[in-house]
Ligand binder design. Structure first.
Ligand code: ZN
Length: 406
């Protein structure tokens, strides 16, 4: 929705600019009278419509803009926006109709043609007509080779179909035409795309190719966490334990907050290398560097628990729980330790007391309008002031892709 608003604002600004540039075309003969086209755009319906749009009230915006469009059948931008609003409301057929009608108009400038075509591409995309959407975006690029919106949407279409090479080529184009201060962002996205190419190579059992892609991803962006993990995995499959642990350890140096992604991997690799103590050492270093790190404490506790140091494990788990009381994995680990200690009453009491202090996480309620959170049910939201918008917050699993497509 936000993307859409930004795009719309850009379109509005652009077309208002166009219309002032063509001041000589301002007057037009309509039903035997000269009509001031610009005046028509200043009709209350147009202004009201834009105001509703800005405050995100789509239905009244459509109502006003439809009236404005009826009063002023020639104003391209009003019809274009109206079509976009239909699309946003899910009335894709209607949006396509409006935008296709606009394309039939004689004397469209190249820029107008490109932007109507872009809107049509978005309609097709929303309607799930992938091929027609791609054709529309390609048409936009024929008219305007550097149109960033068309490039971005084409890139997404390729990504959705796992055509990573095509997406990569488009991102390279975007890098070339984009601002220099955006370069790190482009590099980071190119790194993710390289990583996907590596995973594709891995599926083909092409370990050499995969490893080349993962290394390229890391060269593009030193913070490409998945590329380090996957590079380590390839080395591990190939029996290169030292190279594998080096890749994972490098990831931990550049992104210590993601260190936990490598814990299981390192825990199986270190003993095979004859250095089983490196995992607890690593966890202790991470906790010392960041006292909030509950995952490093959990990993250390599991490691110590496995070696029979149950009391030390329990203390670590309680410390971790203080930092993240809603982590189910911590509660499970604590119960495991407690049951191994045959529910020592003093330890159970400490655990219950600590859980009670984490009152913020009890019964969380959330405002469905503005996402404001509260520990209790409120009838009016203190943030957005809406009435009766609180629901109990439940975490539901994300639906998988197949369900989404069904
Ligand atoms: Zn609210």
């Amino acid at each position: 929705m936000e993307d859409y608003t930004v795009l719309l604002a850009a379109l509005v600004a652009l077309l208002l600019g166009l219309s002032t540039g063509k001041a000589w075309e301002r007057y037009k003969l309509q039903e035997g009278r000269w009509i001031d086209r610009r005046k028509a755009r200043e009709s209350p319906h147009y202004i009201l419509g834009l105001n509703f749009l800005v405050s995100n009230q789509l239905d009244p915006a459509i109502e006003e803009l439809r009236t404005a469009a009826g009063l002023n059948p020639d104003a391209l931008e009003i019809h274009m926006i109206l079509g976009n609003l239909y699309r946003e409301k899910g009335q894709v057929g209607r949006a396509i109709q409006v935008h296709q009608d606009l394309l039939q108009r004689p004397k469209l400038t190249r820029l107008e043609h490109a932007y109507v075509m872009l809107c049509l591409g978005l309609d097709f995309k929303k309607g799930g007509f992938v091929d027609r959407a791609r054709e529309a975006f390609d048409d936009v690029l024929r008219l305007e080779p550097k149109n960033q919106y068309a490039l971005l949407h084409l890139e997404k279409l390729h990504e959705e179909q796992h055509q990573w090479e095509e997406a990569y080529a488009i991102r390279q184009q975007l890098t070339k035409i984009g601002d220099r201060d955006q370069a790190p962002r482009h590099q980071a996205i190119l790194a993710f795309l390289e990583n996907e190419l590596g995973l594709q190579a891995l599926k083909r059992m092409d370990y050499q190719g995969a490893s080349t892609h993962f290394r390229a991803a890391i060269d593009l962006d030193a913070h490409a966490v998945p590329a380090y993990l996957n590079l380590g995995d390839v080395e591990f499959y190939n029996g290169q334990l030292k190279a594998a642990t080096e890749a994972w350890e490098r990831m931990i140096r550049v992104a210590p907050e993601r260190a936990y992604l490598a814990f299981d991997r390192l825990e199986s690799a270190y003993p095979k290398m004859g250095t089983p103590d490196r995992l607890p050492e690593l966890c202790r270093r991470l906790v010392a560097a960041n006292p909030q790190d509950w995952r490093a404490r959990l990993a250390l506790a599991r490691h110590l628990g496995g070696q029979g140091a149950t009391a030390e494990a329990f203390e670590l788990l309680l410390e971790a729980l203080a930092h993240n009381p809603h982590a189910l994995s911590l509660h499970q680990a604590i119960w495991e330790v407690l049951s191994r200690l045959e529910l020592r009453p003093d330890l159970v009491r400490r655990y219950v007391a600590l859980s009670k202090d984490s009152v913020f996480y009890l019964d969380p309620h959330v405002c469905i309008r503005c996402r404001y959170r509260s520990t209790e049910l409120l009838w009016q939201c203190p943030h957005c002031h809406e009435w009766n918008t609180f629901v109990e917050e439940r975490i539901a699993p994300a639906r998988d892709d197949d369900e989404m497509r069904a």
